[in-house]
Write a protein that binds this ligand. Structure first.
Ligand code: SAM
Length: 218
């Protein structure tokens, strides 16, 4: 029988950024409800955040089956009742396997994927968040078209060499995309290693665009 072996994988950056991320996430996330984590990768963040934020239900997701197996392995090891099994979710798909989330988190994904992934993440989140619900991105960003550090510029060149569709995104471009879907910029936190945590919140009556459009304005 063919099975994906349940092996817990580890990414060094995740261990480094999880504490500073938790510190900014905690006050930005709601008092209760479901957090949809996009592009959960190994599942280390999901296991860590679910354990530290027991008031919330954590929903990891990931398109790669090997990584979903890793998320499952971390979930089993964590033993947290508020950590759900991972969803198979590619953010560029028109249909997502979940109707609603009180918050959406996307860590270190939109620069390691085509811009269509940012578009899918924003559209899908906007269609599922309640009014005021946060959509939170973490990663390196350009500001006003410029890199914020030489290390980010080198990283950008490396990404583009690997795939010309990848690359460090401009915060303003993400802001314009978010605004087109009814998400207003709320907070920007400067993080270690020249990363940003960027918090958008859904307006009361979201502008709906793209494949996730619906008549719901809650
Ligand atoms: C650098 S990893 C980050 C993983 C995790 N968030 C972390 O910080 O450790 C990038 C992740 O983006 C995911 N990804 C790439 N394209 C995607 C898409 N279209 N939809 C959802 N996830 C995607 C990859 O599978 C991978 O897990």
């Amino acid at each position: 029988m063919n099975e994906v072996r349940a092996e817990a994988l580890f990414a060094p950056a995740t261990a480094r950024n999880r504490e500073p991320l938790l510190a900014v996430l905690d006050p930005m996330l709601p008092e209760h409800g479901l957090v949809l984590e996009l592009a959960s990768g190994t599942g280390e963040h999901a296991a860590f955040f679910a354990a530290r934020l027991p008031r919330l239900t954590w929903q990891p997701s990931e398109p790669d089956p090997t990584l979903r197996a890793s998320i499952e392995a971390h979930r089993a090891a964590a033993g947290c009742g508020n950590l759900l099994p991972p969803l198979a979710l590619d953010v560029t798909a028109p249909d997502w396997p979940l109707e609603r989330a009180e918050a959406v988190l996307c860590v270190n994904m939109i620069h390691i994927a085509p811009w269509a992934a940012a578009e899918g993440a924003v559209a899908g989140a906007a269609a599922r968040l309640p009014a005021g619900g946060p959509m939170i991105f973490y990663g390196p960003f350009k500001r006003e078209g410029r890199h914020t550090a030489p290390s980010n510029e080198r990283f950008d060149a490396m990404l583009r060499a690997e795939d010309p569709a990848w690359g460090v995104r401009d915060l303003a471009a993400l802001g314009d995309l978010a605004a087109a879907h009814g998400l207003r910029l709320d907070r920007v936190f400067e993080m270690p290693a020249n990363n940003l945590t960027v918090v958008f919140r859904r307006e009361a009556a979201a502008v709906r665009a793209g494949p996730h459009a619906s008549s719901d304005s809650a």
